[in-house]
Structures are given as C-alpha cells and as structure tokens.
Design a protein around this ligand. Structure first.
Ligand code: DAK
Length: 260
C-alpha cells in the first residue's frame, strides 16, 4: 500500500514509522488507521528480517492527539462499534509483533494516541510529553483498548482516576506510574528507542519473540500462561540458539544466534 500519513524509514534494520499529520497533531483519522492496519497486517513483512519498529509522531507538539474527533462525529452506533473493533485489531497486531515495537513520544499523547502507545511493547517519552484518556470530556468511553491496557500497565486505582477525570499527566508522573519506560530530553526519544532495540537484537530472536507472546498470554483469559511457558521452555532446550548461547557463555564470547 502507498501511504499518505505514514512515513517508513529503514535504518539498519530498525523501521522508523512516523505518523505524519502534523497539522492535526497526528490525530488518527480513518486513512491513518487504514495505513496502520496495512502496515502491521502485511506491509512490514516486505522489509524482511528486522530488528524492531519505532513508532513516532511528526512535529514538536504531539505523538498523537487522539482519534480524529471531527471524523468520529458522523458515525452511527454500528459504524462506531466497527471502527472501535477495527482499531482494537490493529493494536492487537502491534502488541503481538514478534520483534520489539517501541513508541518514541514527544508531546501530547491523548485518547487513541495513548491507546496506540500502550499497545507498543515499550514507551520512551520526552520530558515535554503529556498523557491522558480525555474521552469522558467528549462524552464517550475509550474505544481502542484504553480501559483494558491502562489497568494492565498502571493498575486499576490510578487508571480509574485518569479515565474518569480525563486529566492529563506529565512524563515524570507517567514514568512513576509505569506508563512510560524512560523519560529523555527532547530529540533523544528515537535514539533511546534505537539503543534498546539494538541491545535486544543481540539476543536470541526466537527467545525474544516467544517471550513477547508468553507475556501477552498473561492477559489472555483463555490461555494458561504457566503451561505455555513450561511447554515453550522444553521446546527451547532443543534449539541451536540455546546450544550456542550456553556454549558462548562457557567459552566467554558473545553468542551468534541464528534464530533456530
Ligand atoms: N482530532 C482532530 N483534530 C485535532 C485533534 C483531534 N483529536 N487534536 C488536535 N486537532 C487539530 C485541531 O483541531 C487544530 O486544527 P485546526 O483547527 O488548526 O485545523 C490542530 O490540530 C492544532 O490543535 P490546537 O489548535 O487545538 O492545538 P493546541 O496546542 O491549542 O492544543 C491540544 C493542543 C492537544 C490540547 C488540543 O488540540 C486538544 O485538546 N486536542 C484534542 C484532544 C482530545 O480530546 N483528543 C481525543 C481524545 S478521545 C472510538 C474510537 C476511538 C476513540 C473514541 C471512540 N469509536 C470508534 C467510537 C478515541 C477517542 C479519543 O482519542
């Protein structure tokens, strides 16, 4: 798919995906959601083996200032439900990626933007960033998984306060709460995300992929994560990567994983 609102830049195997609607503070309109869907459903595969993906927003003011309020106005109930389900599926795809996906955040990260960031595996924010789920200000509820993932990340007590008040919090509080992993100076957010992805790329890739999937299973009501873990552990004992990792440890050298 060719994109209007997404920029993709392959930097040494790390895909930098920039939401590029600066004039609308990168608000998630239908076109952008269609493009995110195409990218995370299929298009990323065309880049071959990648180390990870960094999601960021263009401009100085916002990561994403929410779903596009002007577009949501015209939806009837059935269309709104479909839109919500479609968005949730995109964000599930992000959460289930087998390589790390990191949100590099500078500025407003609100509503659907906060939900998008929460679907990434990690969040790096600048000290100028602000977070919130202000849907109640518009008389609606979060529609892209916010009521679930905010609780997963920061616990019900604080999540309920943020969602019911619609309050915005600054980056340092978001870090204290566990909503963001690191707070950095403006301009350093993508670099920090790259540094983390580069580090992860030196590890066993199938172990990384399986670890993501096992941790996601904690939140899957139909899965027994402990059982999945012991089964996976058995399968990994027979991999070439485990043999290489253990041998490299004994031989005091860096491991060279092959992903098998
Ligand atoms: N949608 C559309 N346009 C937006 C926008 C948004 N969310 N946020 C900002 N913009 C546009 C503004 O309209 C303005 O455009 P022009 O008027 O210049 O054409 C431009 O971006 C710059 O914004 P401001 O002039 O307002 O900039 P300020 O620095 O003064 O203020 C702000 C920045 C972030 C505080 C302010 O823009 C703001 O409050 N924005 C809205 C924040 C917000 O409430 N976001 C929505 C959260 S609710 C659902 C699916 C998903 C969702 C809900 C339902 N269903 C399927 C039903 C999720 C909803 C949300 O995300």
């Amino acid at each position: 798919m060719s994109y209007q609102n997404l920029l993709v830049d392959n930097q040494n195997g790390i895909l930098i995906l920039t939401l590029n609607r600066e004039k609308a503070l990168n608000a998630l309109n239908k076109q952008t959601m269609d493009e995110l869907h195409a990218f995370f459903e299929e298009d990323y595969k065309s880049y071959g083996t990648i180390k990870g993906i960094i999601l960021t927003g263009s401009g100085e003011k916002a990561f994403v200032a929410g779903a596009d309020i002007k577009e949501l106005l015209g939806l009837n109930a059935a269309q709104a439900s479909e839109t919500s389900k479609f968005g949730q599926n995109i964000f599930f795809n992000i959460e289930r990626m087998s390589v790390p996906v990191i949100a590099a955040i500078n500025g407003f990260t609100l509503g659907g933007g906060c939900e998008l960031a929460m679907s990434c595996h990690m969040r790096i924010a600048t000290d100028k960033s602000k977070f919130g789920q202000p849907e109640v200000n518009l008389g609606i509820v979060p529609g892209y998984g916010g009521t679930q993932r905010l609780i997963q990340l920061i616990g019900k007590g604080k999540a309920i306060e943020l969602i019911l008040t619609g309050d915005m919090i600054k980056a340092d509080e978001a870090k204290q709460l566990g909503l963001v992993n690191h707070v950095v100076e403006v301009g350093q957010e993508v670099e920090k995300a790259k540094e983390i992805i580069e580090k992860i790329s030196t590890k066993g890739p199938i172990a990384v992929a399986k670890s993501i999937s096992l941790m996601n299973s904690y939140f899957d009501k139909n899965a027994d994560g402990f059982e999945l873990e012991w089964k996976a552990f058995g399968e990994f004992a027979a991999t070439a990567d485990f043999k290489e990792g253990a041998t490299a440890f004994v031989e005091r050298r860096p491991a060279k994983f092959i992903g098998a």
